[in-house]
Structure formats: C-alpha cells, structure tokens
Design a protein around this ligand. Structure first.
Ligand code: FAD
Length: 459
C-alpha cells in the first residue's frame, strides 16, 4: 500500500508549517491537472469542489472511439469530444518518470487487466489515475456531468461559478478561489495552406484521428513535426498507399524517404494546394493527395472566462505570473496545466502544491506590480530572442529550473536526479531507436534508482 503521507517524505525536514486558512475552492476539470490540484488543495485543508463535464475522470486519458462531428473541428456548432487520443497510443515517457512524485506509476503485474509495459497504452494511464482518485478519496469531491459555463469575479474577492448539468440544471455557487484545469488538447490549430478552398480532398485534424483503417490505400499528407505526426504517420504507413509528412522542421532541398519504410516521405512545408488535388511542397515536389491530416497542435480556450480576465493572443495566455496567476486576480484565479513540453504529471503536481500553499497563506506571492513587471520582463526577453508568442508556455528549455523554483517555493526537494537523467536518456533513445524506443532502452540503472526511491512509499 502506498502511504498517504507521501509528499511529507519529499518535504525538506523541519520546514512544514500548519495550514493557516482554509478556502472554498472550485477546480474546473478532472483530468491530470484537476485531480492533482484537488488532491493538493484537499491535503492543504481547503474545501474543494471539482466540476467535470464528462461522466468520468481522466480528461485526455479517457479514450473515446467517437470524434467531433466536424473532422477538422472548425464548425462552431459541432459536437465536441474532449480527448484527442488514438486507439494505439502508448505513452512517450517511461512510467517511472511520468507519474506523480507522491504516487509512483508502478506496474501492477499481478492484475491481469493491467498493462505492465514501461511505456504503457493509454488505458493503463487511466487506470493509474483511477487508482490515484481512490487512494486519496477524491471521487466525493467531483461533480460529474457538470460543465462550468461562466465565472464572475465579485467584490471582496469572491468568485461566482455558474455551472450546468447534463439535464440542463443551472446553478450559481460562490467560491473563494477558482483553479482552471480545463486542458488544452481539444480545440485544434489548423495549418493555413494557400489554395485550400479549391482543393477537393478531405481534411482532418489529429484530434479526430483514432484508427488507421479509413486511410487504407489513400495518399495522405500529415502536417506537423511533433509526437503525434511521428506516431500517426508510421501507423498510417501500414495501410496507406503513400504517406508524406510536411514539417517546418524539415528543410531538405528534396523529399527524403523515411528509413525502414517504402511509402513514407519527409518534406518541407506545403506551399500551395490546387483544384486538381495536387499539393506543392516548398521543396518543389508535388503529389496528388486524398487527405490532409493536420497534426498541428491545439489552442488554449477558456469559454467560461470573460475576455478582460485573461487574453489569448497567438496562444499566449496573458498576463500570467509563472504561467499560473493573473496578477490582478491572484491568488483567487489560477491556472494549472498550461505549460507544455514536460512530463506533465509531476509538474502539474508542484504547480498545484504552490497554488494550495498560497491560498492557505503558507506561501507568499510578490505584489501585483512586481508580478506584472516579472511577466513583462519575460515577454521582452521572448521578443529580444525572436521567439514567437505561441511558444510562451513551452518550458522545454528551462523545465527543471522552473520545477525547482516552484519546489523551493513549496519547500519540497528539487526534481529527483534520476528523473532528470531519465528524460534525457529517453530523448536520446528516441533519436537512436525511433521505431523501438518504447520497448528497448539502456537506462536500467535509472529504473533501479527510481524503484529504490519508490520503496519508501510502501509501508
Ligand atoms: P485534460 O486531460 O484535457 O483534462 C481537462 C478536463 O477538464 C477534462 O476532463 C474536461 O472534460 C474538463 N473540462 C474542460 N472544460 C470544462 C468545463 N467548462 N467544465 C467542466 N469540466 C471541463 N503527457 C504525458 O505525460 N505523457 C504522454 O505520453 C502524453 N501523451 C499525450 C498524447 C496526446 C495525443 C495528447 C493530446 C496529450 C498527451 N500528453 C502526454 C499530455 C496530456 O495532455 C497530459 O498528460 C494531461 O492529460 C493534461 O491534463 P489536463 O488535466 O491538464 O487536461
């Protein structure tokens, strides 16, 4: 059994202080960030209500075979499915490094329904989250099938949360604080292709990709250069006539065939689309194409917040101090889970811990003006470095520094060295063994170190 006092074990000795104030807090969403926020807030002594529009926990990890009614997800009146997972998805991180620090993601080999692989399929991640909910008694905090439709910030720092159940019942309830954990892998970003209006083929976003069969014998172009394009292009190549990946990261003068495949080519970006079905690439090659599959990421979307609360400009959510607090509404409004390109679970865990500690008064924030100056300096650095706004919440370059800064605020130990090294080893393994990194690796020593540490969680 896992000890419920887990996080105190990574707390620096002698530095815990008692809870000062208990707040009534609304958490929006019961995905990874909402669940871990609920756990941290609850543990800190706050009174927590989690609003979840779905009838189950897990968010992204609650796989659905059905998709949005519009496969490109542009029609505002479409039926929306929250998750973007495809049937065959396996994690791109090893379970030791992926799981929460307070609740290791350990393989349960004795349970035959479980997937003990080191890089398990998505169902195993959902089982892990279900275990997390049951271990920390979170289910009683969650109101399922209840969508938050509006948040109003009132006098005396109170927030009125309007929610609507599936049956159409609308309720207004006042909270002291709101933590937004609504995820950012549901509203697709679609590549702009000159001439696309006259191009006769089909378009779909990877948000709506589930299985490869519909692409059988088709000529498919995938746009994108990240994990989804990598995995889905390989899966589709097993059934399609031809697969062409167009990415801004590929700058070759000519298309190149992907090693190990007869029908998978890598191109620079699409230059134009034409009435006869042809796509022309920047590398000057051209192909007659049946389907464009956009693996081009997602947009932040907060339909329940008024536009003057936070802005979303080219996927920059502003202003947010440390990607979490809008200075003018801190600490009554916070966002957990906006940052990307990191092992999300442990990071959202420490973000939640910080929010919980600030709401209880255990941890202090700088003044409003200091927070604004800090964010403005951050933006100026972005501009000086010529980085587009859309990368504002991509923390890849400073992820460990960011984690450790939050950890120091919360007075817990920095990220474990083995975890740090495991991310690096996994990245290198992906480059060396792109086809088999999930089943072959060389960081056995780090697995042993992780398991040594996990032992302390068992009584
Ligand atoms: P979500 O999981 O999106 O959860 C948000 C929740 O909020 C949902 O349950 C939703 O129903 C609810 N909600 C939204 N709006 C409202 C509202 N108005 N009212 C009430 N409820 C609402 N991460 C990894 O660590 N490893 C991986 O291998 C990995 N693979 C991934 C593969 C894909 C294809 C994708 C898309 C993501 C992957 N990720 C991976 C990142 C993944 O998104 C995070 O692990 C995590 O699921 C994000 O959790 P979240 O709670 O922030 O958001």
């Amino acid at each position: 059994r896992i000890s419920p006092s887990t996080f105190s074990q990574i707390t620096m000795q002698g530095q815990t202080t008692p809870t000062i104030t208990s707040q009534k807090v609304a958490v929006i969403g019961a995905g990874v960030s909402g669940l871990v926020a609920a756990r941290e807030l609850h543990q800190e002594g706050h009174q927590v209500v989690v609003f979840e529009q779905n009838n189950k926990i897990g968010g992204t990890w609650a796989y659905e075979p059905n998709t949005d009614s519009d496969l490109l997800s542009l029609d505002p009146s479409r039926t929306i499915v929250h998750t973007s997972l495809y049937e065959s998805l396996r994690t791109n991180l090893p379970r030791e490094a992926m799981g929460f620090r307070a609740y290791p993601f350990i393989a349960k080999e004795e349970d035959k329904l479980r997937d003990p692989r080191r890089f398990p399929g998505h169902r195993e991640v959902l089982h892990y989250l279900e275990d997390f909910v049951s271990e920390f008694g979170l289910s009683e905090l969650i109101r399922f099938e209840t969508e938050v439709v509006h948040i109003e910030f009132m006098e005396q720092r109170k927030c009125a949360v309007r929610s609507r159940t599936k049956d159409g019942n609308v309720d207004n309830e006042v909270f002291n604080a709101v933590v937004v954990c609504n995820g950012h892998h549901t509203v697709p970003n679609v590549a702009e292709v000159p001439g696309i209006d006259v191009w006769p083929g089909k378009q779909i976003h990877s948000h709506n990709y589930r299985v490869p069969n519909p692409f059988s014998e088709k000529v498919v172009v995938l746009v994108g250069g990240s994990y989804s394009a990598f995995d889905i292009s390989r899966e589709i190549a097993g059934v399609a006539k031809e697969v062409h990946v167009a990415s801004r990261y590929i700058t070759n003068a000519n298309p190149t065939k992907q090693l190990g495949y007869d029908n998978l080519w890598l191109h620079s970006m699409i230059e134009s689309a034409h009435e006869d079905g042809t796509l022309i690439f920047q590398d000057e090659s051209s192909v007659v194409v049946d389907v464009i599959l956009h693996c081009t990421g997602y947009k932040f979307d907060f339909p329940f917040l008024d536009r003057d609360v936070v802005t979303v400009d080219d996927n920059r959510v502003g202003l947010l101090y440390q990607h979490i607090f809008p200075p003018k509404l801190a600490p009554w409004l916070s966002f957990v889970g906006l940052t990307w390109k990191f092992a999300t679970f442990p990071l959202y865990e420490v973000q939640s811990k910080w929010v919980a500690g600030i709401l209880s008064g255990k941890i202090s924030l700088p003044t409003q003006d200091e927070m604004i100056l800090d964010v403005e300096a951050f933006y100026l650095k972005f501009e000086a470095d010529g980085v587009p706004k859309r990368y504002t919440h991509n923390i890849w370059d400073y992820q460990f520094k960011y984690y450790d800064w939050l950890a120091a605020q919360c007075r817990i130990l920095p990220i474990e060295e083995w975890r740090n090294q495991m991310y690096a080893a996994t990245g290198m393994n992906m480059n060396v063994r792109p086809e088999t990194y999930r089943d072959e690796w060389e960081d056995q020593n780090l697995i042993l170190q992780a398991h040594d540490e996990f032992l302390q969680y068992y009584m």
